[in-house]
Design a protein around this ligand. Structure first.
Ligand code: ISL
Ligand code: CA
Length: 545
């Protein structure tokens, strides 16, 4: 596989509304991102992924866009955005933006026109269907509501929305829609951005004929339908291939075999993808399942396409809470998970705050939560007569707000995030867990991340090395090698709250072992890799030769 900048990159995700507020309105803003760029640069990352900041009524925190080429007031304005891009490039970093083109806001002028009458020229820019036997056209459910269909009284038809009612799906079968989207993409690329994170990009093509399905609750029929690759190959021909950029597709419900169709280097579609076999299918840590998924994806893409590695983002609970131990082993566990994500095959993503071991949150009442997905689900379930307390408890672990609480900059009021009232409460543990403390502590999670990131710059084995799991069948221990040319690294992880004995396979040459990094400070290169006792959440990387 040829070498390219995006394959060697570490990406830092900035959910700007929770990052840093500079005008006291309680929302983070682009000015705040500019002010903290030196902090991001110090971490050593190469690319910043900025969540949507386009004009939006904000039902889904910017994923309901009402004007693709202007900046929402909460975030700032186009001048601030231009300055952000310039300051990112000044620091030798790159900026990729979120591309949300499966749907727009219901307040987008295109949709306002489309819904105005059945004969409006933009009627076919969205997906309108007649009622069937006086009801919804089929039994599909959406991510955020019991049905993908919303009835529009004035024209007597339903429109489709894969997410909230406020997010009508665009009709990608319509050539005008596609050309308008390509024009908008060039608008941002011509400003100099370095690529896109493409939001649920595999949903653009809908099931032919919109047939009802056997099991509407398993919503994978919304994605990976015939026609999707033609759209992406057209998008690549019309736009993507003309720029030196990075494209990462958010692709739910996809297997490695299907994933390769999106990111295969011979496919001329996208560069890499986020798949959701872990995030959506593994509610809590399951080491055996995780290892299977890693091997499955490594073999599926090996030599032909590039994967991405993440364990949390703005939709998924903070990794140290969901997949680690955020109590007695928070620091060790945060470092172990980082060691894993940064040494598994694929581009590593850091979700803001992960680098200081920020945790998920539990607020007391549904009113403390903002996430439309959670609030819709709460309404839907309580509406069925279920006990509200029990419904609330059931939604807590996976609530997307868990990862959306403000970045904890220091131990002052509101964690130094805002001088006003934050749009969502700060996690009460900010007094112990904050950037200021992390930067003053040489053994902090921050400096461990910084070391992992710098290692990637100096060691192609982390980007291009072959992967082999040596620990299949082990419950707690995860041990694998990365081999590139004559160099072999071995990663040893004890993902457990208890000590676990482990011994490397005999056939591994452990004559000249060099310790690369460890999350316990007393580990030396002289360890006997045969019959090692690994402490709770202990992580080590050795270079074998
Ligand atoms: O939150 C999820 C359920 O676990 C994710 O599967 C998520 O809803 C899905 O991957 C789509 O996410 C993207 O599109 C949504 C938006 O709400 C999310 O924030 C965005 O990441 C609609 O644009
Ligand atoms: Ca603000």
């Amino acid at each position: 596989m040829n070498k390219t900048w995006w394959k060697e990159a570490v990406v830092y995700q900035v959910y700007w509304r929770s990052f840093y507020d500079t005008n006291g309105d309680g929302y983070g803003d682009l000015e705040g991102v500019i002010e903290k760029l030196d902090y991001i640069k110090e971490l050593g990352v190469d690319v910043i992924w900025l969540n949507p900041c386009y004009e939006s009524p904000d039902f889904d925190n910017g994923y309901d866009i009402s004007d693709y080429t202007s900046i929402m007031d909460k975030a700032g304005n186009m001048e601030t955005w231009e300055r952000l891009l310039h300051e990112v490039h000044q620091r030798g970093m790159r900026l990729i933006m979120d591309l949300v083109v499966n749907h727009t806001s219901n307040q987008h002028p295109w949709f306002i026109e489309s819904r105005s009458s059945k004969s409006n020229p933009k009627r076919d820019w969205y997906i309108w269907k007649d009622p069937k036997d006086g009801k919804e056209p089929n039994n599909w459910r959406s991510y955020f509501t019991p049905s993908v269909w919303e009835f529009d009284e004035s024209t007597g038809q339903y429109y489709m929305h894969s997410f909230a009612v406020e997010q009508p799906d665009l009709n990608w079968e319509n050539e005008e829609v596609r050309q308008e989207i390509y024009k908008m993409m060039r608008f941002w690329l011509d400003k100099g951005i370095d690529g896109f994170r493409l939001d649920v990009i595999n949903l653009l093509a809908k099931l032919e004929g919109f047939p009802s399905v056997e099991n509407p609750n398993n919503i994978n029929y919304l994605g990976n339908n015939p026609g999707i690759h033609e759209y992406l190959q057209e998008m690549n021909r019309e736009v993507l291939q003309h720029y030196d950029i990075m494209t990462v597709g958010e692709i739910p419900f996809v297997t490695p075999e299907d994933g390769l169709l999106y990111v295969g280097e011979d496919r001329n579609e996208l560069h890499t993808l986020f798949h959701f076999e872990v995030a959506d299918d593994m509610p809590t840590w399951d080491m055996k399942r995780f290892k299977e998924i890693q091997t499955h994806w490594y073999e599926g893409l090996k030599g032909k396409g590039t994967n991405s590695q993440f364990l949390n983002n703005h939709d998924h609970t903070r990794q140290v809470t969901r997949y680690g131990n955020d109590q007695e082993y928070r620091i060790e566990s945060a470092k172990l998970l980082a060691t894993m994500i940064h040494t598994l095959p694929g581009i590593p993503y850091i979700y803001q705050g992960e680098e200081i071991g920020m945790t998920g949150v539990r607020f007391q009442s549904i009113d403390d939560y903002n996430d439309i997905a959670m609030k819709n689900k709460y309404k839907e379930e309580v509406g069925k007569g279920r006990d509200p307390e029990e419904v609330f408890e059931s939604l807590l672990l996976l609530s997307r707000d868990n990862s959306r609480t403000p970045i904890q900059w220091d131990d002052t009021e509101q964690a130094g995030f805002t001088s006003g009232t934050p749009w969502i409460k700060v996690n009460p543990n900010y007094k112990e867990i904050n950037v200021k403390q992390a930067l003053q502590d040489p053994s902090s999670v921050f400096y461990y991340y910084q070391k992992l990131i710098s290692l990637r710059k100096e060691n192609p084995v982390m980007t291009y090395g072959d992967y082999k799991d040596l620990s299949l069948g082990e419950e707690n221990v995860y041990v694998y090698t990365r081999t590139y040319e004559s160099e072999t690294w071995v990663v040893i992880l004890n993902h457990a709250d208890v000590e676990t004995d482990y011994s490397l396979p005999e056939n591994l040459d452990t004559q000249s072992v060099e310790l690369i990094i460890a999350n316990y400070s007393d580990v030396t290169g002289e360890d006997h890799l045969q019959n090692t006792t690994l402490r709770p959440h202990e992580a080590r990387i050795y270079k074998l030769n």
